[in-house]
Design a protein around this ligand. Structure first.
Ligand SMILES: [Zn+2]
Length: 340
């Protein structure tokens, strides 16, 4: 950035912070960061990184804004929930109002092994805003293979944790957790979640991202916080596992897996059905479904009510069937209206 560039003033307080300086700010402006999941963590990360002047932000999210999100998902407002806007699209709209210098690329899709290569390509750093280990292991496989740093983060109830994963330098997710945790895990739907823990963890993730992008060393600890008890713990980062399938042996089973089945969204009374290579024309579908029940559609999604079920249909062929946790019932509701 040359003197006189309007960005000099906008980012002046950050540039004045010596460990960033002109050189660090230029690296932030030149960076491409991908946020995987734009819920409580991801929406905070997106807003904070846009303000910090990250040049290119890619936001991947498969869901749409609901009223129950507004308590903790900072970027969204009542009109986003009222219009059931996809989170990625709503976030992009907000970011362009916060900082129009940032190039935003919203991707309304589910990150899977089939599209990981395409949607993650070109990222200098990934931020974890997901709510499930399936996606985190996939993200870890890609990041390790490509040598791209990523920042793990999770929050539920009043508790959260974060750790930086730098391929070739630190332990990777599979060094820490050889297998995804078994059994039912507490989720934001089952045990609730407080807004402050999500923004705190997301803030720590953003600070780590800025450090790494500026060329500074990542934090050497895993940080855990409970905002209700006030306990903050910092644990030495686990060592790398010399037998780790991902970062030691180069076996990327999550990336190479192509058997994705319908995903039950646990605790949400909803099932997601993902039919690949079956793009849908939402306009045509809206006309077809209109005589059968209430339909609301925009360019990003179509919502169809058939009590006790509700279908949320996306242009890539993905459907979320609400009102059941039974995959068979969801498939039958899907087939009833969409065929297949
Ligand atoms: Zn590893």
């Amino acid at each position: 950035m040359t003197p006189g560039d309007p960005r000099q003033d906008r980012y002046s307080r950050q540039i004045r912070y010596q460990p960033i300086g002109q050189a660090g700010q230029q690296r932030l402006v030149d960076a491409c960061v991908t946020i995987v999941g734009c819920g409580a963590l991801g929406s905070f990360q997106a807003g904070a990184l846009a303000r910090a002047g990250i040049g290119h932000l890619r936001i991947i999210d498969r869901d749409y804004v609901e009223w129950s999100n507004l308590q903790r998902q900072w970027l969204f407002d009542e009109s986003d929930a009222g219009d059931s806007l996809p989170k990625a699209a709503a976030a992009a709209r907000k970011i362009s109002a916060i900082n129009s210098l940032v190039e935003v690329e919203p991707l309304v899709c589910d990150l899977t092994s089939s599209n990981a290569e395409e949607v993650l390509a070109g990222a200098d750093l990934l931020l974890d805003g997901t709510d499930n280990f399936d996606t985190r292991f996939l993200l870890n496989d890609w990041a390790v293979r490509e040598g791209v740093p990523w920042i793990y983060g999770a929050a539920v109830g009043s508790y959260g944790l974060t750790m930086s994963m730098i391929p070739g330098v630190t332990a990777c997710l599979q060094c820490v957790y050889p297998e995804p945790p078994a059994g039912a895990q507490p989720t934001c739907e089952t045990v609730g979640v407080l807004g402050p823990i999500t923004s705190l963890i997301a803030s720590l993730q953003v600070a780590e991202a800025m450090k790494i992008l500026c060329g500074a060393a990542p934090s050497a600890v895993m940080t855990t916080v409970d905002v209700w008890s006030g306990a903050i713990r910092q644990i030495a980062r686990p060592e790398r596992d010399p037998q780790c399938p991902a970062c030691a042996l180069g076996q990327f089973k999550y990336l190479n897996r192509h058997d994705r089945s319908p995903v039950s969204l646990c605790g949400r009374n909803a099932v997601q059905i993902h039919e690949t290579a079956r793009p849908l024309n939402l306009k045509e579908l809206a006309l077809r479904l209109a005589p059968l029940g209430e339909v609301r559609a925009n360019e990003f999604a179509l919502r169809f009510e058939d009590p006790p079920f509700q279908l949320m249909v996306f242009p890539d062929g993905r459907v979320i069937v609400r009102g059941t946790q039974d995959i068979g019932v969801a498939r039958s509701v899907y087939a009833r209206y969409l065929g297949g």
